[in-house]
Design a protein around this ligand. Sequence first.
Ligand code: 5RP
Length: 219
Amino acid sequence: MQAQAKKRLAAQAALDYLEDDMTIGVGTGSTVGEFIGALRERRISLRGAVSSSKATSALLRAAGIPEVELNDVGDLPLYVDGADEATIHGSLIKGGGAALTREKIVAAASARFVCIIDDSKLVDVLGRFALPVEVIPMARSYVARRLVGMGGQPVWREGAVTDNGNEILDVHNLRILDPAELETRIDQIAGVVTVGLFARRGADELIVAGDDGVRRISP
Ligand code: 5RP
């Protein structure tokens, strides 16, 4: 089965977590695109959705789903998002689509985080996918030097500007054995806006789609 077909399967399985008249958080990426497509196809009505990016806002608008501001709705019952890598413990690497900061905010404000992935993203140890770090532009070189000091090899995602007007460093060569500890350490570097490690607030449910269908993991 093609990766996109697996993403669609995982996205459809996430519909099971919806209840009537819910306001939910919606992540970013092609798997989330399938989720929004499934909401549209099945005519599932939501009270509203908090978006994690401009790209997702456009998809929500096209699907006729009302977007609401996080500031206006308080905590959310559910957040649905994809990931670039995941462990069975629910730790994630996110930010391949550069939306990591808003994604982390919406995940933090949500009671339940359902993460939808295809099985190629399930790993024993995070780090094969280069770890995205959103940085304040003037701090890019400083943060890069600190990341080299931690054993990583940061590469500037040239030309990428986040929805918050910041830049992205993708950190290669990390073998992340303790994701929560590394998340805390990178967060403490001056100039870092967000690191794409989601370990302190990881996924509550993983929906992993493979050739044999969907597997649900509750870390
Ligand atoms: C965006 C993300 C995405 O969740 C991640 O990149 C996965 O994307 P896709 O569903 O397209 O594979 O973190 O910042």
